[in-house]
Design a protein around this ligand. Structure first.
Ligand code: PLP
Ligand code: 3DJ
Length: 407
């Protein structure tokens, strides 16, 4: 990668960045501008040592005793999902006992969608969703409907039309707050209120929200939510996901995957399922200790992070990228699809380009790692914990170089 002279105004933004010190907490490969933390977050430096401690000390030495007493005081494996849940709760505006950690986002979507249908009013048989929702959300809804004998209707409408489709026959509204392609952010609080006014139960997918900006599920009075551990939470490939179930639903919401680790007393080995208190009831099986330990450690990077500062920096990074790339749209077939309106933007910037797949391949070869998404989207994810405005400059110049070379 060529050395570039970074403009003074961007260096000044970096000089007064209150989160600049967080970058040093991540391993970022040399020669790469990594703009794919919305798919797989970068490695927090503290994680490998924790994994080694868990493997050697807890697994190797303590063996089965680690379930109740880890090598480090307070590190017992049985409570690990709850400890991680408490750390995630702060990031999504939830109370610790409303969050459960484990399984994948897909499996958790199944659990909370089933729970939402279980608490929805009688006679409602529609799951309303964004037609362009992330595929797994659509597929899980289809699978759940098939399991229920096809008694439901999955109604898919463009995200901008959701409000007009909040009707009395809708049981659950299943939405992803930040669109994985365009980076468009929905107004979670407003849509939750509008849906609930019609008696609809809300399920939010926070895959591209949690850890990217503050989410306030309690403030919005949200019903259910899910999210990924491996994107902005930096928990590593295949990290456990989370789910949120508002306290008011705990007693009535069905636990569709009622496994023994969600039982009030797993080692009672009772014949019937008695749910554990709170959202822990949704933890179905044995906690994935190694992955949970990585996520637990990764979440400590957020411990001293002001989430409003995180959001402000994310917007500054994406504003800068949009501004720097804007002149290129006049010269090349590049169309911004991410909203300029701050309230409607997540932490990524996306463009349409007729050769998006090839352009992204060239960018990756040049060390600018973003993503191609079908059919024609170039996607650049910005992670305020480890990106600088200098990175943004380098990425924008990389886009320019690739487009000029292809012209
Ligand atoms: C909106 C959204 N939901 C869910 C997922 C993933 O679910 P899972 O972790 O089950 O693969 C992703 C990304 O993979 C996503 O972007
Ligand atoms: N979960 C992923 C995986 O297992 C392999 C490759 C990519 C992913 C992703 O996270 C994709 C991501 N949800 C997206 O927004 O495109």
């Amino acid at each position: 990668m060529t050395t570039l002279t970074i403009p003074d105004n961007l260096l000044a933004l970096d000089a007064r960045d209150p989160l600049a010190h967080k970058r040093g907490e991540f391993h970022l490969p040399r020669g790469v501008v990594y703009l794919d933390g919305n798919s797989l977050g970068a490695l927090p430096r503290r994680v490998p040592a924790r994994l080694a401690r868990v493997a050697q000390g807890e697994w190797g030495e303590q063996l089965i005793r680690s379930w109740s007493a880890g090598a480090d005081a307070g590190q017992d494996w049985m409570a690990l999902p709850d400890r991680v849940a408490a750390k995630i709760a702060r990031l999504i505006g939830a109370r610790p006992h409303e969050v459960a950690v484990g399984d994948s986002t897909s499996v958790n979507t199944f659990k909370v969608l089933a729970a939402a249908l279980g608490v929805a009013g009688p006679g409602r048989r529609v799951i309303l969703t964004d037609a362009d929702n992330f595929p797994t959300d659509l597929y899980v809804a289809q699978g759940l409907n098939a399991l229920l004998g096809g008694t439901l209707e999955l109604r898919r409408v463009p995200a901008d039309d959701i409000e007009a489709h909040l009707s009395e026959d809708v049981a659950a509204l299943l939405l992803t707050q930040v669109d994985y392609r365009t980076g468009r952010r929905l107004d979670l609080a407003a849509l939750t209120a509008q849906a609930q006014a019609k008696g609809i139960v809300t399920v939010w997918d926070l895959a591209h929200s949690a850890g990217a900006f503050p989410v306030d599920l309690s403030g919005a009075g949200a019903d259910f939510a899910v999210g990924c551990g491996y994107k902005f939470l930096n928990g590593g490939p295949g990290a456990p996901a989370f789910l949120f179930a508002a306290e008011r639903h705990h007693s009535a919401a069905p636990v569709a995957i009622s496994g023994w680790m969600g039982h009030a007393d797993p080692f009672e080995m009772a014949r019937d399922f008695t749910p554990a208190p709170g959202a822990r009831r949704f933890v179905a099986g044995t906690p994935v200790v190694l992955s949970l330990s990585a996520l637990d450690e990764a979440l400590d990077v957020f411990a001293d992070v002001d989430l409003d500062a995180l959001r402000a920096k994310s917007l500054s990074l994406t504003d800068t990228f949009i501004d720097l790339v804007e002149p290129l749209a006049a010269r090349f077939p590049l169309t911004l699809v991410t909203p300029r309106d701050h309230a409607r933007r997540g932490s990524q910037v996306s463009y349409r380009h007729p050769q998006a797949r090839e352009v992204m391949a060239d960018l990756i070869a040049a060390g600018i790692i973003g993503d191609f998404r079908t059919p024609d989207i170039l996607r650049f994810g910005f992670t305020p914990l480890y990106h600088s405005h200098a990175d943004v400059w380098q990425a924008a110049r990389g886009v320019q170089a690739v487009l000029e070379a292809r012209a």
